[in-house]
Ligand binder design. Structure first.
Ligand code: ADP
Ligand code: MG
Length: 155
């Protein structure tokens, strides 16, 4: 019950998945996203933010490293660690730690560059693409805290 895999054939399928996910994370959640460039990490975060009623335009944080949104039903922190790589990551450990627990949703793209600062309880999402608009989103909960989110996605 700790994993869930969803094949999204179109962006609209991904939107529906994001809406279901948004319903389940109302108490906050830390999410590490994996997948190559163009897989659909940012697209998923955008769709979740829309579902949480964020009013601002949601953009990729790949150049600014962190975007935050406070107009939705819960604060959203959206990191992209790609440009920091292994050395630069140390400069944002404070922020990563600060947004690790509590009532907010934190998304981290290129989480493989984050060595140790993820909280023990978190969700991993791996995004892969096969052809055209088809994407596979695989969810895995680490620790006990987020098990119900995965369970909720499975129904
Ligand atoms: N089913 C789908 N799910 C997610 N994104 C899709 C899908 N079909 C097409 N796309 C497009 O794929 C692109 C994914 O880009 P992006 O989310 O920025 O990738 P990443 O953040 O993983 O580098 C977007 O332009 C998005 O509109
Ligand atoms: Mg991205």
């Amino acid at each position: 019950m700790k994993t869930y895999k969803c094949i999204c054939k179109t962006l609209d399928d991904t939107k529906q998945l994001a809406q279901r996910f948004a319903e389940l994370i109302k108490d906050g959640c830390f999410v590490n996203l994996y997948g190559e460039i163009g897989a659909g990490k940012t697209a998923f975060v955008k769709l979740v933010a829309d579902a949480l009623d964020v009013k601002e335009r949601v953009t990729s944080p790949s150049f600014v490293i962190l975007n935050e949104y406070h107009t939705g039903s819960i604060p959203i922190y959206h990191f992209d660690l790609y440009r920091l790589e292994n050395e630069g990551i140390k400069t944002i450990y404070d922020e990563l730690r600060e947004y690790s627990e509590g009532k907010q949703v934190t998304f981290v793209e290129w989480a493989e560059f984050n060595q140790n600062e993820a909280p023990f309880n978190h969700i991993k999402i791996n995004v892969t693409y096969s052809d055209d608009d088809s994407r596979v989103y695989e969810f895995k909960s680490i620790g006990n805290k987020n098990k119900d989110i995965i369970k909720g996605l499975r129904v």
